[in-house]
Design a protein around this ligand. Structure first.
Ligand code: ADP
Length: 311
């Protein structure tokens, strides 16, 4: 492969693979877009994610690489195509932007908006617990993303720390639409049993009457608890016991951790076994926890490592 771009001279050719995307123009001509595959950002269940720098315009993205070997099973390919179909239709500041999608002989490539401050999982590993001010700020952004999704009849079904990415400005970006689904019509009930054990809603486990948007509200309750307490409310070493606790809504606030009555009240109105009795997204925004002080738009990146002063 001969690449003449001067920019390439800046890179070590052995360790920086060039990935080419063929783009067909309306007149049938094929033009090539070239990317330099840079450092590893992370590994998922079936994908590796690297920094991708576009040689032409210098834009840096997160490039999700999925091997075609993995996609040989038709079901895997279908699922990934559905994830792509949903994700590429979404445009919201609090949702990871879907940029491009292409393939070569070996892999499928999905270019996403890069979130350089990793996910809330890494943040929580470092911080253990967040202040209520931070929780307010993040919650406002997550609600905004969920309102957008639900208004397009999409249920995320996997709200959790690892799917909440952080941009360089510390904005929240909801990602990973691998378990998302779109309702065909309002009132449709979904029946697939899916989710992440600690975050799964009781009606999904129960399976009798199907589930809908409210499963995202339950997971939001689990998330809020995790952010202020430092571990999920129903976590045990045994998955069956975790499911039993979820079915019984058996959780408690440890006495040694100080949290406001407003936040406790909010969580207790989300972790409600009857899906229709849970607060709606608008009701969360109007809950006293969100109204007691002005909510900061962003949190400084110093909070990645140390608690905010005064909190
Ligand atoms: P999963 O297989 O769990 O869905 P992904 O394949 O989406 O995980 O991502 C694997 C890892 O790659 C993530 O945990 C994260 O560290 C990194 N990653 C994914 N998307 C991005 C992104 N948009 N920006 C930065 N890093 C990302």
């Amino acid at each position: 492969m001969s690449i003449r771009s001067k920019d390439l001279e800046l890179y070590d050719k052995d360790s920086h693979q060039i990935i080419e995307e063929n783009i067909t123009k309306p007149n049938g001509d094929i033009v090539k877009k070239r990317y330099i595959k840079g450092r590893l950002l992370g590994k998922g269940g079936f994908a590796t994610v690297h920094e991708f720098s576009c040689i032409d315009n210098k834009k840096v993205s997160a490039g999700k690489i999925v091997s075609k070997n993995y996609l040989q099973k038709t079901r895997a390919r279908q699922k990934l195509m559905f994830e792509i179909k949903i994700h590429r239709s979404l445009h919201h500041t609090s949702i990871v932007s879907f940029e491009r999608f292409f393939e070569d002989n070996e892999n499928l490539y999905i270019l996403l908006e890069i979130c350089s401050n990793q996910t809330m999982n890494e943040l929580m590993r470092r911080r253990k617990r967040l202040s209520e001010l931070e929780i307010q700020c993040y919650l406002a952004q997550i609600i905004s993303a969920l309102k957008y999704l639900h208004s397009h009849r999409i249920i995320h079904r996997d709200i959790k720390l690892g799917n909440l990415f952080l941009s360089d400005k510390m904005e929240i970006k909801l990602g990973d639409f691998g378990l998302a689904t779109k309702l065909e019509f309002e009132g449709e009930r979904k029946r697939t049993i899916c989710g992440t054990p600690n975050y799964i809603a009781p009606e999904i486990l129960d399976g009798k009457h199907g589930h809908s948007y409210e499963v995202d509200i339950w997971s939001l309750g689990v998330l809020l608890y995790t952010l202020c307490i430092g571990k999920p409310p129903f976590e045990t070493l045994d998955i069956k016991l975790t499911y039993k606790k979820i079915r019984m809504t058996a959780y408690a606030f440890p006495e040694q951790i100080k949290i406001s009555d407003e936040l406790k009240d909010l969580i207790s109105r989300l972790l409600v076994s009857d899906p229709l009795a849970r607060l709606t997204l608008d009701e969360i925004l109007h809950h006293p926890f969100m109204g007691r002080n002005p909510i900061p738009k962003l949190i400084p990146s110093s909070s990645l490592a140390v608690p905010l002063s005064g909190s």
